[in-house]
Design a protein around this ligand. Structure first.
Ligand code: SF4
Length: 395
């Protein structure tokens, strides 16, 4: 038997990949341990230069305290990202589908334990789709994860039932480009999958991790609106509010399309990703981004200062000085915080149902953060008393 630890860097899909390796090791009879484990698995991220730096740092640290380290995930598939690492580091450059069995096979099975592990987090992330067949000019994801493919609907539904039986009350459907989800042989689109997942007995809440604006169509909006367990939140990457920059990025929409498509869900809590300092982004272009964020009613913005990624169309371009990226990032984050607080204020005096996902904190139906006391994993009906810098205070 080996003892192991698993950590991930990056997005929900990375978290999901790490959990699949974790479950494969548990199934093979190995035991998870925080400190002093024999084996470490680091599921790395490469979406920005900074993400690779942090992944390398995590791997170097793990190599000093573990006999063997497996590097997995997007970063492991980026050529040379882990060059020069110590001999006890193995870089697993494989697809997300192959990686769990490979790592478990390399560590070695000690018997058929078949332990049914609950996920580490309160929310269960269920991956339904992987890869991306779009080709945004800045994005390294298609290079490291491959083209879009979907899990069969019956397997997704079985996993959701298993997670709910394990005690997860909330499920988040995740994917790299979720709107591309198709199970052609069973006749499922993402909208139909949402309706089917939502019908799972005892599932209290369902969310989507993120969706491209071109996939926010009538069929999807109807599915989101007509299924009561779906939370009133949607994360829709904008990347830029300037059409010239969007074109240079290779995105397939204009600012006007983005705004129009979101009108149908304007009452949802809308959150987004923005890349700041993309080559050619001048002050006016950045101001357009601020304006679109405001007009769309976006609250939380994940701000990514642009960094060129190897192998992409814009790998050799980085024209905006880092001091300017920093200054614009700070302005955008400040605008985002103001918008969040404004939305939180609308909750004062109103009721919401909050899933407690860490001590003293949880998220309401529309993914607004609440500050409250409750047992982890509990769904609590609360009323807003006041707003702080960190969220809504429950009465
Ligand atoms: S849609 Fe564009 S940004 Fe998103 S993963 Fe695909 S290529 Fe990357």
């Amino acid at each position: 038997m080996a003892t192991f630890s698993v950590r991930f860097l990056g997005c929900k899909v990375s978290h999901n990949d790490a959990q699949e390796v974790r479950e494969a090791l548990v199934r093979n009879g190995h035991v998870e341990r925080g400190d002093g484990a024999d084996v470490a698995v680091v599921n790395g991220c490469c979406v920005t230069h900074e993400a690779v730096r942090k992944s390398r740092q995590a791997v170097s640290r793990a190599a000093r305290t573990h006999a063997r380290v497996y590097v997995t995930g997007c970063a492991a598939n980026l050529a040379d990202a882990f060059a020069g690492m110590p001999d006890n580091v193995m870089v697993v450059s494989r697809s997300s589908e192959e990686t769990p069995a490979f790592v478990a096979g390399d560590v070695g099975a000690i018997g058929c334990v078949r332990a049914d592990t609950r996920l580490e987090r309160i929310r269960a992330f269920v991956k339904v789709q992987d890869g991306c067949s779009f080709s945004c000019n800045f994005c390294v994801v298609p290079l490291v994860r491959g083209g879009s493919r979907s899990r069969p609907a019956d397997r997704v539904l079985a996993e959701v039932r298993r997670r709910v039986a394990q005690g997860h009350r909330e499920v988040v459907l995740t994917g790299i480009n979720l709107g591309c989800y198709r199970d052609r042989s069973a006749g499922y689109t993402l909208a139909r999958l949402i309706r089917a997942v939502a019908a799972t007995p005892d599932l209290a809440r369902l969310r989507l991790s993120s969706i491209e604006v071109n996939h926010v169509n009538e069929e999807l909006v109807d599915a989101l609106r007509e299924t009561p367990v779906v939370g009133r939140h949607l994360h829709v990457p904008l990347q830029s509010g300037d059409d010239r920059v969007l074109r240079a990025m290779g995105r397939r929409y204009t600012a006007e399309t983005y705004l129009r498509r979101l009108e149908a869900i304007a009452d949802f809590n809308l959150t987004s990703d923005v890349i700041v300092g993309f080559p050619g982004e001048d002050e006016r272009a950045f101001e357009r981004t601020l304006a679109v964020i405001a007009q769309a009613g976006i609250t939380k913005v994940h701000v990514f200062p642009y960094s060129p990624r190897p192998g992409t169309q814009t790998a050799a371009r980085d024209t905006v000085p880092s001091s300017v990226k920093k200054e614009r990032s700070a302005r955008l984050r400040a605008a985002s915080h103001t918008a969040c607080v404004a939305r939180w204020r609308t909750k004062v005096g109103r009721e919401d149902v909050v899933l407690v996902d860490r001590p003293g904190r949880g998220y309401g139906d529309d993914y607004s953060p609440w500050l409250l006391d409750g047992a982890l994993g509990e769904l609590m009906r609360v009323r807003g008393k006041a707003v702080t810098e960190g969220g809504i205070l429950a009465a």
